[in-house]
Ligand binder design. Structure first.
Ligand code: FE2
Length: 738
């Protein structure tokens, strides 16, 4: 009763206001709105507005029917029939005098949830009503950006449509047809066509692959409604074999910190030996540039596995494997993808230092294409060995261990740097010990599966000779490889020569976050450089790292270490150490199953060389290239063993502690330190957002590639408290723990 009085009063007030505003109103138009169901706590009465389009009067400006002002829903009354509950609302419109008859309604849901609209009925005169049979969900305007349109239940052929509704009718149809682009969302009403190209899921393995149905003579099929989701034919069974993916994995794959800018052409190796790759091999693929011009413009890159393998190659191959030392040249195209230009595969020659080189060039058909694929496979063998033994084991696991020992021996648990570093050492000693007992030991799994066999660790020792701790800082590594330029205006101090290098650009974001946290932390405890130089524990720690832990680098003639004589050098040193233990290791470890879980993409050794034309092996190869390939890559036992290993290594444990997290919130009683640590977490969350944005940018072609696997290996995953474990392909744990 009270509500009715209030409604009457409200209507009278609005009526008089309209008169005062110059509107002549026709009798109020009342209606009834029936809602079937709501989603969650949606309340249409609070959030829904309805406007009317006239069927008899057109708006001169828009060409659509005249549009009324909005009216809201009121007085919801619930009823239940056959177990179905509906809510009926009143609606009252105050129209301009010349509005005419309504023929369409626009429903605007300003709420956060959708509701199922059954019908709207308007009493246009005492004996006549106009009915809108809706039966449709109305989604929030914040999702749809447009009102939901319904026409009255009168039918018209196109040519008979009242003039005021013609444009509206055409626009509605155009909206329903869509433009063939974009990914469909549940609130959209777009109906366009596609082939059956999403039945398979090759990311889950060969047994999940299915052919595309429709659009070919082989597989005719009715079309389906297009969803716009990534297609399986972009993630097809041959994606891993493409030249695009071959180049992309050098920037966003498992071993992304080896590629470097070529400084002079042709490449020159150890002892001044010049590569056999000539300008005529590559110039047809340089977008009109000469080889020298392309080098000058910093657009030729090299993946160089030549010198360090060549030293061991004769002895390696005497163990029964068939491995080359490889150089791969690539061209940076205008879209920032890398196009392979040439592969040089080398074998030891006459025993006096000579080499036998073969150069392979990209080819898209025939026998040359097949040889090119075999050459890429041999490069992948080199790279997978380098990844596991050098990048992963030597540069992270082995490099960090001496720091842990020195920390335990020289820094008190009360020392602030001990507290800073401690989470970054979790489980490393244990996993390294385990690795030495079953993986790296004589006859262990790595010797059984990787191409260097018993020379694996010995070869990594030769590489350690050139390892410099200082250059493990990501900005310096990028400068050294010619990927970046110095730029004091950038937070990292460097600017990338090209931005679509997922490892580098995500890595620099993570680096800056770590550096900011460590710099603030050090500045809080060390008021000046003298306080660093006079800290007896930190100086003993550093002395021991350099002269005992990494004692073979103690002479420091190659600038391996920074002197620990300033707050800045201490911050840089600790940032580098934390970077190695956390982000660098994560980028090398947790993508192993994603990239190498399909063995043909990253075989670990080869049993056959590439046949020479005119030989019986070549004829055998031409008869059945697939058979030859399978006989070239590792046998089933070796493959299975390697797969089992990388599946274990790629998994996160439930007790993983990620960068920006601590196992205990009580790790320090210093509220200022806790505040700084919280800022570190905030910075990492901003990094996560930037990575998500980059992965959503289709213009950055190296982020996902033809296999549609986005680059997430440097996504910190700060909100993962262990619930998401196993092979997630993302997340930066604090330490080298697996
Ligand atoms: Fe690892």
């Amino acid at each position: 009763m009270l509500q009715d009085c209030w409604d009457n009063l409200r209507q009278k007030v609005i009526h008089h206001l309209n008169l005062l505003a110059g509107y002549e109103t026709q009798p109020v138009l009342r209606g009834e709105v029936v809602v079937y169901r709501t989603s969650g706590r949606s309340n249409p009465a609070k959030s829904t507005a309805i406007s009317l389009y006239s069927i008899t009067r057109a708006d001169e400006n828009t060409g659509f029917g005249k549009l009324s002002r909005e009216a809201s829903l009121r007085n919801g009354k619930k009823t239940k029939h056959d177990g179905v509950e509906t809510t009926t609302y009143d609606v009252v419109f105050y129209l301009e005098a010349d509005f005419g008859t309504p023929g369409a309604i626009a429903v605007k849901n300003r709420g956060r949830r959708e509701f199922l609209l059954k019908s709207v009925t308007l009493e246009v005169s005492e004996n006549r009503s106009v009915h809108f049979d809706c039966n449709s969900w109305v989604y929030p305007i914040i999702k749809t950006n447009v009102d939901r349109l319904f026409f009255a239940n009168t039918s018209y052929l196109p040519s008979q449509t009242p003039a005021a509704l013609q444009s509206l009718r055409q626009e509605e149809l155009a909206n329903l047809r869509g433009n063939g682009r974009g990914e469909r969302k549940e609130w959209e009403r777009i109906y366009d066509y596609d082939r059956y190209n999403d039945l398979g899921d090759p990311d889950k393995g060969l047994h999940h692959e299915r052919p595309i149905l429709g659009g070919t003579r082989s597989y005719p099929y009715p079309r389906r409604c297009r969803t716009g989701r990534p297609l399986s034919n972009q993630a097809d069974e041959n994606a891993w074999m493409s030249d695009e993916e071959f180049g992309r994995e050098m920037l966003a794959g498992l071993n992304p910190a080896v590629i470097r800018c070529l400084e002079r052409f042709p490449p020159v190796g150890r002892g001044g030996k010049v590569s056999s790759i000539t300008a005529s091999h590559i110039e047809k693929n340089l977008e009109g540039l000469s080889a020298d011009q392309a080098v000058e413009l910093r657009r030729i890159f090299i993946l160089d596995h030549h010198d360090y393998i060549m030293q061991y190659l004769r002895r390696i191959n005497e163990q029964g494997v068939c491995v080359y030392a490889s150089r791969t040249l690539l061209f940076l195209r205008h879209d920032q993808t890398l196009k392979p230009l040439a592969i040089e595969l080398s074998l030891p020659g006459d025993g006096k230092g000579a080499e036998i080189n073969r150069v392979f060039l990209p080819a898209s058909q025939g026998g040359e294409r097949a040889l090119w694929q075999l050459a890429k496979t041999h490069v992948a063998v080199n790279d997978s060995g380098h990844h596991q033994l050098i990048s992963h084991w030597l540069h992270t696991h082995a490099a960090v261990e001496p720091f842990i020992i020195a920390t335990r021996r020289q820094l008190s648990a009360m020392h602030p740097i001990y507290k800073l570093l401690d989470p970054h050492f979790k489980d490393t000693m244990h996993i390294n010990s385990l690795a030495r007992s079953i993986l790296l030991n004589a006859g262990g799994i790595l010797e059984m599966t990787m191409f260097p066999g018993k020379f694996a660790l010995e070869m990594s020792s030769a590489i350690y000779r050139n390892w410099r701790f200082r250059e493990q800082a990501l900005p310096l590594d990028l400068l050294k490889r010619g990927i970046a330029l110095e730029d004091p205006g950038e937070p990292s101090g460097v600017r990338l020569r090209f931005e679509d290098y997922p490892y580098a650009i995500d890595g620099l974001d993570v680096w800056v976050a770590i550096k900011t946290w460590v710099t603030n932390y050090c500045a809080y405890f060390y008021p000046d450089d003298r306080s660093v130089a006079s800290d007896v524990e930190i100086q003993s720690w550093w002395h021991e790292v350099r002269t005992i832990g990494h004692g073979d680098k103690r002479n420091d003639e190659d600038g391996c270490w920074l002197p620990l004589d300033s707050v800045a050098n201490l911050s840089q040193t600790l940032t580098t150490l934390i970077w190695i233990a956390s982000a660098l290791h994560a980028s090398l470890n947790f993508g192993q199953f994603a990239y190498a879980g399909y063995p043909p993409n990253r075989p670990t050794r080869c049993r056959k060389f590439i046949p020479h034309e005119g030989t019986p092996e070549f004829a055998e190869y031409l008869r059945d290239p697939d058979k030859y390939f399978l006989e070239m890559v590792p046998d089933r036992f070796t493959t299975t063993l390697g797969l089992a290993l990388i599946e274990v290594l790629s998994g996160h444990t439930a007790d993983e502690v990620y960068l920006g997290q601590r196992a205990s919130s009580e790790w320090t009683d210093d509220s200022h330190v806790l505040h700084m640590f919280q800022q570190f977490g905030d910075d990492l969350r901003k990094v996560e957002k930037r990575i998500e944005e980059r992965n959503g940018n289709r213009g950055l072609k190296n982020r996902c590639g033809p296999a549609q696997v986005p680059y997430t290996l440097l996504y910190p995953d700060t909100s993962n408290l262990g619930a998401e474990k196993g092979v997630t392909g993302r997340g930066i744990p604090n330490s080298v723990s697996i």
